[in-house]
Design a protein around this ligand. Sequence first.
Ligand SMILES: CCCCCCCC/C=C\CCC/C=C/C(=O)SCCNC(=O)CCNC(=O)[C@H](O)C(C)(C)COP(=O)(O)OP(=O)(O)OC[C@H]1O[C@@H](n2cnc3c(N)ncnc32)[C@H](O)[C@@H]1OP(=O)(O)O
Ligand SMILES: Cc1cc2nc3c(=O)[nH]c(=O)nc-3n(C[C@H](O)[C@H](O)[C@H](O)COP(=O)(O)OP(=O)(O)OC[C@H]3O[C@@H](n4cnc5c(N)ncnc54)[C@H](O)[C@@H]3O)c2cc1C
Length: 602
Amino acid sequence: MLSRKELFKDTLKKAAHAWKRTVELHLTEEEANLLRLYIDQPGYVDLHWVMFVPAIKGQGTEEQQKKWLTMAYKFQIIGTYAQTELGHGSNVQGLETTATFDPSTDEFIMHSPTLTSSKWWPGGLGKTSTHAVVYARLITEGKDYGIHGFIMQLRSLDDHSPLPGITIGDIGGKFGSGAYNSMDNGVMRLDHVRIPRDQMLMRLAQVTREGKYVHSDVPKQLLYGTMVYVRQTIVADASRALSRAVCIAVRYGAIRKQFGSKAGGPETQVLNYKTQQSRLFPFLASAYAFRFVGQWLKWLYTDVTQKLESKDFSTLPEAHACTAGLKSVTTSATADAIEECQKLCGGHGYLNSSGLPELFAVNLPACTYEGDNVVLLLQVARFLMKTVSQVASGKQPVGTTAYMGNIQHLMQCKSVVNTVEDWLNPAAIKEVFEARALRMAVNCAQNISKAPSQEEGFEAAVAHVQLIIVTKFIEKLQEDILGHGVKEQLQKLCGIYALHLIHKHLGDFLSTGCVTARQGSLANERLGKLYAQVRPNAVALVDAFDYTDHYLGSALGRYDGDVYSALYKEAWKDPLNETVVPDGYQEHLRPLLKQQLKLSRL
Ligand SMILES: CCCCCCCC/C=C\CCC/C=C/C(=O)SCCNC(=O)CCNC(=O)[C@H](O)C(C)(C)COP(=O)(O)OP(=O)(O)OC[C@H]1O[C@@H](n2cnc3c(N)ncnc32)[C@H](O)[C@@H]1OP(=O)(O)O
Ligand SMILES: Cc1cc2nc3c(=O)[nH]c(=O)nc-3n(C[C@H](O)[C@H](O)[C@H](O)COP(=O)(O)OP(=O)(O)OC[C@H]3O[C@@H](n4cnc5c(N)ncnc54)[C@H](O)[C@@H]3O)c2cc1C
């Protein structure tokens, strides 16, 4: 119910209070991150911690890190990540902002040469940030060396006014009433703003005092390292958002009753309808699947970071493909699922008090930020095409593409599934996913060799990423899992996750000859049985996410199931209900009604 201005101020207040508590309680970095997470309102601090600090860590020299991170860690400065421009987002190489070295003063001149080069979107830029890592084309000795990162001070540390040559503001209201409107995504134009040479982030490349451009021995792709880091964290965000929506829809489905009353008895819980189960349980399974793959991705990221520190860059392409692909598939699936959960809750799901509209609005942009999901999947496709060509020339693939080394078998194998029960076998499931992914990648590589196109391979990329998710779920179940019967429930969810994908993408599985139509229909039959088996534990499986009512923020998803009184109470809180007769009655309603009355008496 807050206006944009009130909402923004509320975010400032919460962030300041959270920081105060962080200091008072000596919270660790991890604990402080959790506190921020549970505040659950996008704000400038997200950009400061998730992008500004990591950008300096990844691209700054030790000296630069010491100087800037010391201030950033104490919040003496507030930073953002200013990459996207009004005319350029996905294509980072197309950015127009310039950083021209002036050897006479040992400074860079930061400039926005056109309207389209205005920085546009960075979170916290609009009203809050005092500093930013700004991405700009480095020009020295008359030559354009492409995009590099620069630390810039934007606002005075005394009175917060923009520094000379900097025009800065908020880009305006966004989708939904709350959601990202708490964030001051900003616009910024630079008019020949001078910064010292040592504010270029110099781990990847340096400009000497004389203006010479010098490469480091690290790959230039490390410039994109911050995005790899954030994409990895977004997978965990997607899993969390999806599990919240599913928790609301499952709990409400157990309370809501419609039709099916026998002999005057109670109506049927909507969660007992097979159609409700077949729409909802794949999301429940996906929430668990995304959580497990998110945990694995965090491990992969830590591993690649350690390797980078010892100058081993070999796993960087895989880390890029996995983070890009998983960010894309999990956020798209999550946005679609939250929208569907609204429908699964019927009319009440459309009320703000269900919590679902806000959840949708806040998670929808994850399909776009940190890389548009289509653009990112095309990056995965590019990686797959390279791997296929390496396999063809005899190189053994590793990591998540290791299965491609089994090309002889996977290109011609037939699924062993003969009965409904055979679809319980994880090895049988994995084999059809591997065969589908490989065959689609090889088909795509053949198409490209006939007619090269940047846009081929989108579906092959989706198939590969889904294989990763299925594989990581299966691997998780090979670990020890505590709790009586928990593993069995997770096995059922794993089956649902994999088989619902076979159902959804049956065209791919059939056209690549990985399964027959009969096997496809056996998969559907198995799926129906799994839904019925999961039903008795569905509520427990969402309770296991352990969300408080406060965090869930939903009248429908309450733990105690007292849905109707909660909806009723929430309705009365609406400002429209502050008066019995609404504002506007005297000016607009009364004259209208009186006029109609007069006319009818004529
Ligand atoms: C309710 C509370 C919620 C709280 C939530 C808190 C979390 C907050 C999280 C986020 C908040 C939102 C903040 C949002 C921030 C942003 O959006 S920042 C801007 C993000 N922008 C993008 O992602 C742009 C996407 N574009 C690109 O990444 C690149 O332009 C590209 C598409 C990858 C293309 O790059 P390029 O032009 O260089 O071209 P290529 O020829 O394709 O690539 C060259 C080679 O480099 C390899 N590559 C590309 N990227 C990477 C990488 N990241 N790492 C490693 N390697 C990379 C590519 O594969 C090529 O390799 P090859 O030549 O061997 O094939
Ligand atoms: C809430 C939010 C917060 C953000 N925060 C920040 C931030 O803090 N800092 C920052 O720098 N940026 C930020 N961004 C910007 C964000 O990173 C970009 O919006 C994103 O990278 C997508 O770029 P774009 O908007 O230019 O989309 P476009 O690339 O213009 O995409 C438009 C359409 O074109 C399609 N398309 C584009 N290229 C191709 C292609 N090669 N092949 C096929 N289809 C293609 C896309 O799929 C899409 O459908 C934020 C954005 C949002 C929404």
